[in-house]
Design a protein around this ligand. Structure first.
Ligand code: DGT
Ligand code: CA
Ligand code: CA
Ligand code: ZN
Length: 573
């Protein structure tokens, strides 16, 4: 079981308890457990398998939770979950997951309208029965309808980070078979797309049957959808489909190229081959009957006089033009990153202390971090007022005296208020080394309103960068309405930066917006928004997304030392 799967079970328990109107503290305990597990940097199953290690050694996991996890991993379920599932109709479960709905409202719909399925819910919204309920109204009804379409999508795709957990587990399982000689995960996963529809594995093997038997025995498999002589598809218990193909060694490169896609990229490639009098398919590149390439991807692209494109660029956007001009960008790499400029500590809603965060960043080889806890408007997160912020900065001064080898910048994530303006006065912001401005409230305002608020914030001389610029939550929440182009132009003018928030659920800016920012000469800052030391792990997701946007080291501000980065910020800072 992957950590995400385990976390999902605890979340489901929390949802069901909430739906039943259980004690809020109990609900909260299960939600916290889910969050703790999701944010762990190590695999729970690995720890359980290792007699030298114990789950309770991990911070945040007590004896009770450890026992529940062990039960879950060994039996595949929890007695409490089974009990709850017996009490709640199964179709209601899907309702709990509709963005904008949640367990409490779902319970109300269930009791008052007798709605038990998503289809019934959609019909009730369309008949405007939902807005008539106490505490609902037309806005919420519309939000539920939108949530239903997002839920549809969420059933079909998963986050890249979650796909990665599956890929690591499945690959490890397959590699246990001696029949596997080469193995690669292709498809959108390999292109590092922010969400993934299904997984596509390629294997070279002298005995395909043995590989397919091994695949069928993977513990996550719920159903074998199809099995042929060299190809097999399964559905995992999570609903994810996984395709496996066994290909001949001399065709591995061609198959890898073909199944990495994208489809659009492959179409361009096929036309280019045709223009050269060649044919390309998943077996190789052919001149007439003769195969002239296929063993490696380099060979395949080489046969068409093309460079072996990094998978992240294979979307039929700019890559062929760049190749023709001999100007394929040298994409940024994780090792280029010098520091992280967005993180939270126990001063607000983070789980680790300032010192722990600094030490963990240093361990990663980073030269600097900016501590950017929330400002007071974010009451839910215990946001900082000027007095507490200055207290925190005093602590940073103290810490800086003790810690050598890492620069701790005094920062803040200041809220852009609903009515416009910033949540902290200029004289406070002026003392900061680094100021992120964020929209957390008023996300339903019009495009004009939000764009204006953001542009005004970027015009403030003390603001350094705009955090998570569109507010999107992958598979959960659409971006708010914002004219990004107008925002980018102002950023360019003012020498301000835009964040690529690396949280796997945000990846905000997305790849296309990164490319647009680059075209306007706006520097991107890749930040983890870590709420615990394990959150730093997200940096790689951000870098992947930046690569998909065609960004090089020079396009990303935090590949520089802090003094160099500071020079790039607008003159006034
Ligand atoms: P996904 O799974 O929806 O996130 O996206 P992909 O890109 O992984 O798509 P998938 O799994 O349907 O197919 C894997 C790759 O196989 C795809 O990227 C390109 C290749 N492929 C699939 N169908 C076609 C096709 O009809 N024509 C061409 N040229 N390539 C295809
Ligand atoms: Ca796929
Ligand atoms: Ca597929
Ligand atoms: Zn934020």
């Amino acid at each position: 079981m992957t950590n995400s799967e385990i976390a999902a079970v605890f979340e489901q328990v929390a949802d069901l308890l909430d739906f039943q109107g259980s004690n809020p503290f109990r609900v909260r305990a299960y939600r916290n457990a889910a969050r703790t597990i999701r944010e762990l940097s190590r695999s729970v199953t690995d720890i359980l398998d290792d007699p030298q290690q114990s789950l309770t050694d991990i911070e945040g996991i007590g004896k009770d939770l450890a026992e529940k996890i062990a039960t879950l991993v060994s039996t595949g379920t929890l007695p409490l979950l089974e009990e709850l599932l017996a009490q709640v109709p199964e179709s209601v479960l899907a309702m709990l997951r509709v963005p904008g709905l949640g367990p409490k409202r779902a319970a109300q719909l269930y009791h008052e309208l007798k709605v038990t399925t998503l289809d019934e819910l959609r019909a009730a919204c369309q008949a405007h029965k939902v807005q008539a309920l106490k505490g609902f109204g037309p806005k919420i009804e519309a939000a539920i309808l939108q949530g239903l379409s997002i839920a549809d999508q969420a059933q079909r795709r998963i986050l890249w980070a979650e796909a990665d957990e599956h890929v690591q587990e499945i690959a490890a399982h397959l590699r246990k078979s001696l029949a596997v000689e080469q193995l690669q995960a292709a498809g959108s996963y390999r292109r590092r797309k922010d969400t993934v529809g299904d997984l596509d594995f390629l294997v070279v093997s002298p005995s395909p049957e043995k590989v397919m038997d091994q695949f069928a025995h993977y513990s996550g498999v719920a159903e074998v959808l199809a099995r042929g002589s060299t190809k097999m598809s399964v559905r995992l218990s999570t609903g994810l489909q996984v395709d496996l193909r066994i290909v001949p060694e001399e065709s591995f490169g061609a198959a890898l190229q073909y199944f990495t896609g994208s489809k659009e990229h492959n179409i361009v490639l096929r036309n280019r081959a045709k223009a050269k009098g060649l044919k390309i398919n998943e077996y190789g590149v052919f001149r007439g009957e003769q195969m002239i390439a296929g063993r490696t991807e380099e060979e395949v692209y080489g046969a068409l006089d093309l460079p072996c494109f990094p998978p992240e660029l294979r979307e039929a956007r700019q890559e062929f033009h760049w190749a023709d001009a001999g100007q394929l960008p040298e994409l940024i790499e994780l090792d280029d990153i010098r520091g992280d400029l967005h993180l939270h500590t126990t001063w607000t809603d983070g789980m680790d202390t300032l010192e722990q965060m600094a030490a963990a960043a240093q361990q990663r080889g980073w030269q600097y971090i900016a501590v950017t806890d929330h400002s007071r408007r974010v009451t839910m997160a215990n946001g900082l007022d000027p007095a507490r912020l200055r207290q925190q900065w005093a602590e940073i001064d103290q810490l800086s005296k003790r810690l050598k080898g890492i620069t701790i910048l005094k920062g803040v994530e200041v809220d852009i208020l609903e009515r416009g303006g910033l949540d902290l006065p200029d004289d406070v912001l002026a003392e900061a080394d680094w100021v992120l401005a964020s929209v957390h409230y008023g996300q339903n305002q019009t495009r004009e309103q939000i764009t204006r608020r953001v542009i005004d914030a970027l015009r403030n001389p003390y603001v350094s960068a705009l955090a998570h610029p569109t507010g999107r939550m992958l598979l959960r929440r659409e971006p708010y309405q914002i004219d990004l182009e107008a925002v980018m132009k102002v950023a360019a003018e003012e020498g301000k930066m835009l964040e690529l928030n690396a949280h796997p659920m945000r990846l905000d800016l997305d790849d296309l917006a990164c490319a647009a920012a680059k075209a306007l000469g706006v520097q991107i800052v890749i930040s983890t928004d870590a709420h615990a030391t394990s959150g730093f792990e997200a940096m790689r997701y951000g870098v992947q997304q930046a690569r998909r946007g065609g960004l090089t080291k020079d396009d990303v501000a935090n590949t520089r030392s802090w003094p160099q980065l500071k020079k790039l910020l607008g003159r006034k800072r």
